[in-house]
Write a new protein. Structure first.
Length: 93
């Protein structure tokens, strides 16, 4: 949980509260590692997977609609910047 909190840029207690809500909502389960009881893995439940797919689908549709409203030359500039932006996202924090 500490590693995930650091990756997301939130405190460990805040992440624990978020995960608790996801567990209560039936979206994820906590699975303890067999070799170290201090380690946990989060796994999506079937409900969590359906929710994730639904959110991604709606987000993609929303973005496609917005991009259609942009002038073609502006879309070309956005596309040209994507590689640079991806490199920034791929760099470790």
């Amino acid at each position: 949980m500490g590693d995930l909190a650091a990756c997301l840029g939130v405190s460990a207690p805040a992440l624990t509260r978020y995960v608790d809500r996801l567990v209560r909502g039936g979206l994820v389960t906590r699975v303890r590692a067999t070799d170290d009881a201090r380690k946990i893995t989060l796994e999506l439940t079937p409900k969590g997977l359906r929710t994730l797919r639904s959110v991604r689908s709606r987000r993609t549709a929303w973005l496609a609609t917005r991009l259609d409203e942009i002038a073609p030359e502006d879309r070309d500039r956005i596309e040209a910047a994507i590689d640079s932006l991806q490199q920034l996202l791929d760099q470790p924090r």
